[in-house]
Design a protein around this ligand. Sequence first.
Ligand code: MOS
Length: 745
Amino acid sequence: MDKDKIVGKPISRLEGKLKVTGAAKYAAEYEVENLLHAYVVNSPVTKGKIKSINIDKATALPGVITVLSHINRPKLAWFDLQYADMDAPPGTVFKPFYNDEILYNGQPIALVVAEDFETARYAATLVEFDFEEKPFETFLTDHTEQARPPKFGLATALKPPPPPPTGDFEQAYQDAAVKVESEYQHGTEHHNPMEMFATTTVYNGEGKLTIYDKTQGTINNQLFVANVFGLKYKNVRVLAPFVGGAFGSGLRPQYQLLLCAMAAIHLKRNVRLVLDRKQMFFFSHRPPTKQNLKFATDVNGRLTAMAHTALSETSSYEDYFESVASWSHKLYPAPNTLFEQKVVPLDVCTPLDMRAPGGSTALHAIECTMDELAYKLKIDPLELRLLNYSDTDPSAKKPYTSKALRACYLQAAERFGWKNRTPEPRSMTRGNKLVGYGMATGIWDALQFPSRVEAIINADGKLILNNAVTDIGTGTFTVMTQIAADELGLSIEDVDFRYGDSQKPFSMFQGGSAMTASTGVGIVVATKELKKKILKVARKMDNFPFAKSDDKDIIFEGGRIYLKADPEISISFKEIVAFNKGRNIKTTNMGKPHMLKLRNYSKATHSASFVEVEVDIELGNVTVTRAVTAVAAGKIINPKTAKSQIYGSMVWGISKALHEETIMDKKLGKYINTNLGEYHIPVHADIKDMDVIFAEEEDELINELGIKGVGEIGLVGMPAAISNAIFHATGKRINSLPIHFDELM
Ligand code: MOS
């Protein structure tokens, strides 16, 4: 009667049909009565003041209801708390329509509300402004002399300062047998999820709002709206059952949420606000960075010294940074190290985490520097990694809870055929193409956030779970259903996981590859308690057949309880709930990371990426023809959704290495390719043969489920593997991403 485990099965997305048939509704698709439509006016000026606004022409247009700006906006209850949302970096949060000041190009400066979208959009072109323009600084590498360490604040608890120096870097570097010094530059990138940022606000009467929002965190945005407008938390409900991608852009409330709620409260009406693709470039982004590395080894290739300095852009009002300089010492045990992380405040919007923030940027530089060392040492790049392999985390001097990186290297190398590589650059060709093989290491955090889950058995004997988490396309809904089904011995049809709603028990925003561990542990804790409650009720039944048995000997399976020794005798959940006078049996519990138990350990996921590129000798264009990534991320709940996460990440790696960049015009202080025609991302034709391996990794320490999380770990190694393959193919080392074909011709 032993039921097959559902965890570990490659189950397809449970909501897949809803999505592909268009039945899944996104934030701007809810049918709401008497809906008004709003459109944002963005500043064409990069820095300065709004001297005057003339809204006469706009408001004269039939169908226009109002035009809001800093002049006539409603009074806001609270606009100055430092941490306006759970992901706010130190500083003062950006406040749309706060006053006449313009802090960055594209800043929202007015909002037109009309009967329909087209009228609102047209009227937005009729609002007239007089500006006083001021000089601005928007170009990172022009202002590196202003670099300073960032302030470390509440939300940056997840991003500690880089590890302190060890040994004597300068001396060790000077004395080293083999050394490499290199500089890397990365441009700005915008997240550009498929679904545009949008909010539909339903006005439910004085101080009461139901908000359909595009976000990674329903509770974060609920708190934000309640705080900004001085509303009771319980009167603000934020729903995001389906999210069309976000990649970090939805970690913080974006400006359309605040403006849409403002219009709804002001007009006491239902309002929808959708950003267009261009406006998606007028909020947060991955910051440009400049990195300097100095790595040295002894004659045998053992790392003796590593220095890594990273500068990145932040805004004039908040200290955002991605952890870039922190990663090399988590991988490699060099005794002499020096790490620095600095920010340069510029007249831009505050950057925000974007897929594998910091890690993907850092590992590109670290793993290309390792490749350079391998060439200098005449050691195979994979050999060099194995030579400098560490089971512990040298930066924290702690063992990892688990680390199957060696297996990742070996399995991926085998699958890829790394042994067929001839080490000389330009030594492999295919027709008129140069062929290159490159590899790189990946490492990413294994995070877990607290997560509260309500678990219910209802009169039908079905399990209902409630949690505020979102599923931004990662498969959360599916894997949570799987975890819950196994915990109670049910089939997935008998589990109803409900999510994406701020009224449900607490969850952090979905991010950091943390949700499977976070919500998953919440489910384990809640279902364990639920089982106790079910038994407590059952034991009150007349003639309860297992009265003499311990709770721990009673098995839950197929919606029934029984003893292993005698499966013929059983009681169904339905009977137990019926005995409970038909009342649901329920519990709400918090799953938490085991901080105390884990304080003597480091935790991380690891990966190894191997890539083949073809570079056209005449045209210089690059094709990633094959890629294999092996990932060690603890237990894999669903190999299908997990593999899709890694595929998506690998595509993102190709995109980062070869396609994506937002170009800043330093004379105008603005981005000039604010559309998907000129902001390049890969298309199907760019993606060839890709393969994913999950290395076995049993982690009994990390959490109840042995989960470390997948997603970002598939991206981190790819840009370096591609760059290294391009070097192998061409003999050219291009250290700024994306790599353009003209640099390779
Ligand atoms: Mo992400 S950058 O983990 O949303």
